[in-house]
Design a protein around this ligand. Structure first.
Ligand code: F6P
Length: 541
């Protein structure tokens, strides 16, 4: 870790020991301008970070860290197609996929934009044909259902967007997702479908992933059994970087939508992996999603550090994790259609920054990614918010909230807003002993009964949160918010000097599954540790 970064962290920690002595409620009382001071706006998104545990002195120190860590230079290297994913020797160019300005993006001296635009044109042509009924199944009937078979980045991103943009979806073309190798996932989706009107998208960057290939073969057999082997071609398309394996599966490379090794799986919803999105909401809305992300890319590229939303979010996360001692972040959309946003971001964040070593292989000195979790409000309020309010860990919360519902019913949306704002206020302010006593007295309690209840009714407060407020959840806004989070994760990874674009940690489990599968299917019997042997004996291999 370079000396300037160490110094920046030391300065932050020294400052942090002072900030820890202050209470957010007091900071708000002292500064009526706190919201104006600690909020920023870009791409139709307002970021209120005034409820972070910071003072006016914190931001310049975070800016110093950003400079010392070279975030701007590394960001520019990413946009410029340098191979910043060093352990896989790959460029990281998901920003090129949504480069709606169409400016040249050079990789090893060659502009990637003609290839990107070519695939987008193919997606548009194909999705239009499916949606207008000219591309049909083998019996000539238009498709009524699409099943995306993929896992991880080939599932979570498009699944999240299709759910979020459901008001834009065609009701007569339903999109389903199968990811788990657990056959119940495939079974329960197929149980509702007619093979003659079902289109399968096999989505896999490598086209070798065990879950996806197993499910893909099961779907293929289902179609072949019902409609004959010759029907398979009409009911399957592929999204992949591996033309050879796609052909071997029996899908014509004419109907393979390609992408490239410089698209990380968890950053791939902007590529042809977004095909189910375009099928569901139409190519024009998919293009709006890309445009929203592009606007955020432009903002991330050009805005000064302390007015830059991804920079601010990333740096405030680093502050919470490295200085204030948090280990988790609750991502709480007050937006039911963002119910899959947290699972998607969980992969992007935890696969990107869940690292134990830095770029040079030495153990990490600072941070490394938080545990990201959460679910939509207000449901979470009746489930796990108890621990966030009164548990003995401080859990920074990130709230996402639309000003307007796209599909209002009665006063539900106002109640949603009221609850969201109340949650962050309760976390910030808490309820002190005097307030609890006054409240209980007003309720007619006194003496022992009152004394016994007081400690249970206390809220320490001083619990940080950030609120993102947007106009409404449309394709453009969703693109911007998702890109904001992607970049904020990159900012954190750069402060910690980890490679946010590899994922070697998923390999060991995959390797170990193979001899176990062998043992289960009566193949080679290898040596098993006592636990594996005991469990296999009970399972009955
Ligand atoms: O789980 C690891 C991983 O490589 C993810 O990063 C990726 O999104 C997922 O598997 C799926 O991979 P593929 O698209 O190659 O099937």
């Amino acid at each position: 870790m370079n000396q300037q970064v160490n110094e920046a962290f030391e300065a932050l920690r020294a400052h942090g020991s002072q900030v820890k002595k202050q209470h957010l409620r007091i900071l708000f009382e002292q500064d009526p301008q706190r919201f104006q001071r600690f909020s920023a706006e870009a791409c139709w998104i307002l970021m209120d970070y005034s409820k972070s545990r910071i003072t006016a002195d914190t931001l310049p120190l975070l800016e110093k860290l950003a400079k010392a860590a070279g975030i701007e230079a590394r960001r520019d290297a990413m946009y410029a197609g340098e191979r910043i994913n060093t352990t896989e020797n790959r460029a990281v160019l998901h920003t090129a996929l949504r480069n709606r300005s169409n400016t040249p993006v050079l990789l090893d001296g060659k502009d990637v934009m003609p290839d990107v635009n070519g695939v987008l044109a193919a997606i548009e042509k194909f999705t239009d044909a499916v949606r207008n009924g000219t591309r049909t199944g083998s019996t000539g009937k238009p498709f009524t259902d699409v099943v995306n078979i993929g896992i991880g980045g080939s599932d979570l991103g498009p699944r999240m967007v299709v759910r979020a943009l459901s008001p834009d979806a065609r009701r007569d073309l339903r999109v389903h997702f199968v990811a788990n190798v657990d056959p119940s996932d495939m079974h329960d989706v197929l149980a509702t479908l007619d093979p003659s009107t079902t289109l399968f998208v096999i989505a896999s960057k490598t086209f070798t992933t065990m879950e996806t290939m197993t499910n893909g073969r099961a779907a293929r057999a289902w179609v072949a059994d019902a409609l004959g082997e010759d029907a398979v071609g009409a009911h399957f398309v592929a999204v992949s970087t591996n033309a050879k394996e796609v052909s071997a599966f029996g899908i014509s490379t004419e109907e393979m939508f390609g992408f490239w090794d410089w698209v990380g799986g968890r950053y791939s919803l902007w590529s042809a992996i977004g095909l189910p999105i375009a099928l569901s909401v139409g190519f024009a809305k998919f293009a709006e999603l890309l445009d929203g992300a592009h606007q955020m890319d432009l903002h991330f590229k050009s805005a000064p550090i302390l007015q830059n939303l991804p920079m601010l979010l990333g740096l405030l996360r680093v502050w919470e994790i490295d200085v204030m001692g948090s280990t988790t972040v609750a991502l709480l959309p007050y937006d039911q259609r963002l119910e899959l946003f947290t699972p998607h971001l969980q992969q992007v964040d935890m696969e990107s920054n869940g690292k134990g070593v830095m770029l040079d292989g030495a153990p990490v000195v600072y941070g490394s990614g938080p545990v990201v979790w959460g679910s939509p409000g207000t449901n979470g309020q009746h489930a796990f918010h108890q621990l966030i309010h009164q548990g003995n860990r401080v859990i920074p919360c990130e709230f996402l909230l639309a000003r307007h519902s796209r599909t209002p019913i009665g006063d539900g949306h106002q109640k949603l807003i009221a609850n969201c704002l109340a949650q962050s206020e309760a976390l910030m302010r808490g309820k002190n002993e005097a307030e609890v006593r006054a409240e209980l007295t007003k309720q007619g309690l006194s003496g022992e009964a009152l004394e016994n209840l007081v400690p249970h009714k206390l809220f320490t407060g001083n619990r940080p949160s950030i609120t993102f407020l947007y106009e409404q959840l449309d394709a453009r806004t969703l693109g911007s918010i998702t890109a904001l989070y992607e970049h904020a994760i990159f900012v954190q990874g750069t402060c910690w000097n980890v490679n946010s674009f590899d994922q070697w940690g998923v390999e060991l489990g995959k390797q170990l599954a193979l001899p176990i599968l062998d043992a289960l299917t009566g193949g080679k019997t290898g040596t098993h540790d006592a636990s594996r042997a005991g469990l296999l004996a009970r399972i009955g291999s």
